[in-house]
Design a protein around this ligand. Structure first.
Ligand SMILES: NC(=O)c1ccc[n+]([C@@H]2O[C@H](COP(=O)([O-])OP(=O)(O)OC[C@H]3O[C@@H](n4cnc5c(N)ncnc54)[C@H](OP(=O)(O)O)[C@@H]3O)[C@@H](O)[C@H]2O)c1
Length: 341
């Protein structure tokens, strides 16, 4: 077996396809042959701005779906031939073997989940980073500014919790809606009108349009009226000036509330509110993979959304994929198919 990767040689460079070492796996790692990889905004942001990376060249990429080739001596829950998805962490570990933009990748076993036989690799690879980011924002401690929901389950009963998910049609938003609903919460989503049905297909109970001048009034009304009544806060999956112009006035009108963000938070949060930055790479949500993710995928409770938008085959398409994502996508995930001998 030989390996190839889409290498990034430095800030502002284009991806270069070339040979790479076959990843050496540690005792707690799994070696995967990648069949499909997905592109996330962080990939082109790291490339454009040089964030996070301390050693060049590197191999980026967070999302992959593929087949287990080998397991480390301490891994007992996966075996050769298993169909899986994995969350690559090369941006944090600084080890190229952990980036998914290559034919063979090493994942820490807790970052891997089995997928059903009937699920395509293209569909499944949309999940890992968005799942972890959404779960972190939703389930970490309310005291710290996150939303503090109970963990999701296969048979969740409706709870007394209500929350707003801003950017419901983004990758992180689609997972946040699904996971919040699987935790029993009542979800008020905000997205553009063309994606109302998409947000409903993720499970949102109500959806409002961020382009509508009355969006703040309407969302406040939705939160204040009806049941359930325990408002836990807002998950802003966009976290930019445009979203803060809407979520901050909503919190002001509601008195206060938590605000989980995926980028730096606003400076004008109303008194009594808390904000927390969500780190999409962490160990906190690892236990959800076997306990919830795999059975939820098997039972159709967790869907592979947004749907893949396949931009090409082979590692040469990583460059194109990053450009497509940077141009902007709407309720879809840029995916690249890999055919590995
Ligand atoms: N902190 C972390 O660890 C972490 C992890 C993952 C992602 N992120 C960040 O989270 C952000 C979202 O990532 P993603 O992959 O989920 O993005 P994405 O899927 O590429 O986002 C595309 C979506 O954003 C929506 N959108 C764009 N501008 C909007 C606005 N002003 N208001 C509401 N919705 C808007 C669009 O909705 P419509 O088409 O409906 O208009 C579109 O569906 C990125 O900035 C990413 O870098 C951070």
């Amino acid at each position: 077996m030989t390996n190839q990767a889409a290498w990034l040689d430095g800030t502002g460079q284009t991806f270069r396809v070339g040979s790479a070492e076959m990843p050496n796996i540690d005792a707690n790692e799994v070696l995967i042959k990648n069949c499909a990889i997905a592109i996330n905004p962080i990939d082109w942001k790291v490339r454009d701005y040089g964030w996070l990376i301390k050693h060049w060249p590197t191999i980026l990429g967070s999302d992959a779906a593929g087949v287990v080739i080998d397991v480390g001596s301490e891994v007992h829950n996966f075996k050769k031939g298993d169909r899986v998805i994995g969350h690559g962490i090369s941006m944090i570990s600084q080890k190229p073997k952990h980036g998914t933009f290559q034919h063979y990748v090493a994942f820490e076993a807790p970052k891997v989940a089995k997928i059903p036989d009937s699920m395509s690799f293209n569909d499944a690879c949309v999940l890992p980073l968005a799942f972890d980011t959404a779960a972190t924002g939703l389930f970490k401690d309310h005291d710290k500014g996150y939303l503090g929901l109970e963990f999701p389950s296969i048979s969740a009963n409706p709870s007394d919790k209500k929350l707003i998910i801003y950017g419901g049609s983004s990758s992180v938003g689609a997972l946040a809606i699904q996971l919040a609903v699987a935790a029993g919460a009542y979800v008020v989503a905000i997205a553009s009108r063309k994606n109302f049905d998409f947000c409903r297909s993720c499970g949102a109970h109500e959806v409002f349009d961020y382009n509508d001048p009355t969006v703040v009034d309407e969302v406040v009304q939705a939160v204040k009226s009806g049941k359930p009544t325990d408002f836990v806060g807002i998950f802003d999956t966009i976290s930019q000036e445009e979203s803060y112009k809407i979520v901050v006035p909503i919190l002001e009108r509601l008195g206060s509330g938590n605000l989980a963000t995926v980028l730096g938070g606003p400076s004008n949060l109303p008194a009594g509110s808390k904000t927390a930055y969500v780190e999409g790479i962490n160990d906190y949500v690892d236990l959800l993979r076997g306990k919830f993710m795999t059975p939820a995928l098997e039972q159709g409770i967790l869907k592979c959304l947004p749907k893949p938008f396949v931009v090409g085959k082979g590692l040469e398409s990583v460059e194109k994929g990053c450009l497509e994502n940077k141009k902007g996508v709407s309720a879809k995930k840029v995916v690249i198919e890999l055919e590995v001998e």
